[in-house]
Design a protein around this ligand. Structure first.
Ligand SMILES: [Zn+2]
Ligand SMILES: [Zn+2]
Length: 248
């Protein structure tokens, strides 16, 4: 529907089941819909084979937003359809769209701030589901990068995935980058430490908390099997650049 040329009509049939009748759709008819021009963005941003769906935000709900706010979504769609849009512009446009999906007030332009105020509201309720909070800026960025990569793929402009929200694991398989932010501010992470005396194995408190040991740990001081990887030096950065050139 998004890519079909106007002189060709393609038909889809959704077979009926029980009392539900069989339905026939034509691309030409679907192209009359308000959001048809931004269908690639709508489909990939709300979750498709290569991009995550947004917790609690259905495709139908997001399609309604595209119908209700055609100017906003068309503008964002144009940015995502641009063949040489910068990662920064994609990050900003994606953040804007997520704010709209989470019905943030127009003056709110920062997803982290909005997430924080949503958290405060949720914490007053007797029951709250943290997964329904808007995502962080860091997570929004990686999602938006993957959406751009997918849209460009559809438009016949393949880009290197490792620059657009994917990382290659040790096994060579691409994995989505969830975020590059630390799980909590460093001041909080520094309050988690262990006093393991016989190595930092499965019983290690740091390991259980899902973080690496660090210099604040009583005995291991971070130089154990659960230690943080050695930080990047300038030399490592040069190596990264060489790897990146080989990637291309
Ligand atoms: Zn430990
Ligand atoms: Zn340790």
């Amino acid at each position: 529907m998004g890519l079909a040329p106007p002189n060709i009509n393609v038909f889809f049939m959704k077979p009926g089941r029980g009392k539900v009748e069989t339905k026939l759709f034509s691309v030409r008819q679907l192209q009359q819909l308000e959001f048809s021009k931004s269908i690639l963005l709508l489909h990939s941003f709300s979750g498709c084979d290569t991009t995550s769906a947004i917790h609690g935000k259905s495709k139908v709900g997001i399609a309604k937003l595209f119908t209700a706010k055609p100017d906003l979504t068309q503008n964002i769609s144009d940015i995502f359809s641009g063949l040489s849009t910068s990662p920064e512009s994609i990050e900003q446009a994606g953040e804007k769209l997520l704010l709209a999906i989470y019905q943030a007030p127009v003056q709110e332009q920062n997803l982290n701030k909005y997430r924080y105020s949503a958290f405060l509201r949720a914490s007053m309720k007797p029951k709250s589901d943290l997964a329904t909070l808007p995502p962080t800026r860091g997570a929004s960025k990686q999602h938006s990068l993957r959406v751009y990569l997918q849209i460009q793929q559809w438009l016949g402009n393949p880009l290197p995935p490792t620059q657009w929200g994917w990382a290659r694991g040790d096994d060579g398989i691409l994995k989505p980058v969830t975020t590059n932010d630390p799980v909590a501010p460093e001041s909080i992470l520094n309050t988690i430490f262990c006093r393991c005396t016989t190595g930092c194995g499965v019983q290690c408190g740091c390991r259980k908390a899902g973080i690496a040991c660090s210099r604040v740990c009583g005995v291991c001081s971070g130089s154990c099997t659960n230690g943080a990887p050695i930080e990047n030096t300038v030399d490592d950065d040069v190596d990264d650049d060489i790897l990146y050139l080989e990637d291309n």
